[in-house]
Design a protein around this ligand. Sequence first.
Ligand SMILES: [Zn+2]
Length: 118
Amino acid sequence: MSADRAKTNYPICGEPISQNPRYPNAVCGRCAGLATDETGRRLGFANENPSGGFVAYYLDTDETHDSHMCFVNGIRCWADEARFGEIVIQVDNAAEREKTRDAEQAAWTATNQPRGRG
Ligand SMILES: [Zn+2]
């Protein structure tokens, strides 16, 4: 009996995953289509050339967006070339880690500074 339980829902929208994902934090195709930069401009992703590579660009101007970072529903994600050359967008767990660390730091500060400021 295995204790592992595979994720069965996409991380952002909670849609059920229909196939076994190679990337457990990857968002679904619909969410990938909602990706924006940090200012809310819509982003598209493509292969840099026929053999692969990764490029992000603004959908409105076709201007290259020189970053892998994107946001889906305000959640920071990381877009990259997947194993078989397709583009995959995954929830950026570093953001989760930062959030956790901030919370821990806030708790620590609250504990160690009885008269905490604002
Ligand atoms: Zn989704």
